[in-house]
Design a protein around this ligand. Sequence first.
Ligand code: 6R9
Length: 651
Amino acid sequence: MAETGKEALANLLNEERRFPPHPDFAKAANVDASAYESARSDRLAFWETQARRLSWNKDWDEALDWSNAPFAKWFVGGELNVAYNCLDRHVEAGLGDRVAIHWEGEPGDSRSITYAELSAEVRRAANTLTDLGVESGDRVVIYMPMIPEAAVAMLACARIGAIHSVVFGGFSVDALAGRIDDAGAKLVVTADGGYRKGKASGLKDTVDAAADRCESVEKVLVVKRTEQEVAWNDRDLWWHETVAGASDEHEARAFDSEHPLFILYTSGTTGKPKGILHTSGGYLTQASYTHHAVFDLKPETDVFWCTADIGWVTGHSYIVYGPLSNGATQVMYEGTPDTPHKGRLWEIVEKYKVSLLYTAPTAIRMFMKWGDDIPAQHDLSSLRLLGSVGEPINPEAWIWYREHIGGGTAPIVDTWWQTETGAIMISPLPGVTTAKPGSAQVPLPGIEIDVVDDDAQSVPDGGGGFLTIREPWPSMLRGIWGDEERYRETYWSRFENQYFAGDGAKRDEDGDLWLLGRVDDVMLVSGHNISTTEVESALVGHDSVAEAAVVGASDPVTGQGIVAFVILRGDVESSPEHLKQLRTHVADTLGPIAKPRQVMVVSELPKTRSGKIMRRLLRDIAEDREVGDVTTLQDSSVMSRIKDGLSSSDD
Ligand code: 6R9
């Protein structure tokens, strides 16, 4: 641990396991080490080469205009149509019969949709949107379950130059109305409902209540999915009565490379949600290239599956734009992983012979808790690569994922990125990088990442600090919708000329990056900044623990004391002795400074819809306060259940 007072973040965890790529995988990989060299010798030329993987109606004059920093323009003067790039060009290349989406409904219904079919449906939807008065630059809110029409609606917007804003199908009337209002959306696309946890859950009533409050909404387009009763208003139209009958002839007009493509709201930790704005050419270039490079996609043979919801940026970049621009065949699943049974995901992997799987650490830890025997009942031998996104993956979860899902051989790509970055920024390249469990490792070719101290100076290898991005990248956000100042303030004011990501990180002795969680969550114990991630990983490293969340609670002696919430594996029974063991285990792994003051056993943790633990709420419990704003929780009743069921140990 660094001794100086300038230490930004302590470096406690030591992980020695190494997994080099299998030589056969490396030999056949889409991208080899030469990509790093070409990006290093000419970064902009490297990104121009990646942009040429797409089809442009008009070539660009300049790769990057950064003269108005922090507002970037990429592929300046170029023109393209994003939807054409995702669909029509594959059909024109003779791939119309290739399956684009194997869709699996929660109740067990399924549909396989080819590129020709998806392309035609998007053209019909584009004609319908135009008929409804939606024009280039207008905003459309999409509030849908995980059904193919969600992707169709997004692509129809892209095709006509309308800006989509997808809102999670689980969000409340308030959250939805706030987002509709902020964007001034003309149209809302929704469904009667969707299936989750074995039940039809309604969406239309939430849209009705939100639209009643929002003057901008002119029409509501409704897909029939669950066939439940819905109220009907003058502004409502059924999808099957409009889109289904529309013409499938539609010319894809070319738009400027910087034409806005979508807004996606991130909740952030406090305040009003930020509408993150993305544009066309640069975004698609990086979403497409990273999908090709990081997942090693072979479109002729692979079956890709990203389990994210479409309302999360991961669903935008790695269900819609990345995979479709690359002509991939992919799986899309409507429901939850435990419906009707805990092996549902593995049953789907087996059914479609999924070869590339992309999911979140929260899901992996849940599978660990459910037990090894569940995936073992299915043939998972088709899987040849696994991905992780959303949070740091604890080394033990990484090892479990590789062993029990990846057959002990599949490489794992731990991909760090954000809504704001648009696409993957830090990740191993599966054919190049010797993997270290728990580390996202290296910036992708063409991406300049740093870890800096409070004074914006790079920390040496072995040091910890703040993760920053030193150079503009193609899929970077172009601002916050309607709030230029907040964009500068949030991302560009803490360090001069560097993008501040809000994450803590350390650089190990080899220069590899380890993400350490949000800097807002860092704990200050006896003058040391300790990351939540390292303590959580140490706890998950104990045989009995499936999942852990730690927070710093104010402490009269140490400033903050570490309070841990743990979910135990399978049938483990807790006892005061066991909880004491856990505290000792952390001290043995990381040093006495990181020993939790208190460990509490819980059966669940408060999470956002993308699976991120909301430590702010746990801090309220640890400090015995009223629990704060729970509106972005996946399940808002979880907090009272946690409070009621606590059992804990302290000295
Ligand atoms: C894609 C996405 C962004 C935040 C990010 C960081 C965390 C995402 C991670 C990771 C460690 C990874 N995060 N991937 N932390 N390792 N591989 O998640 O976007 O929902 O905007 O969240 O998620 O804290 O800053 P978003």
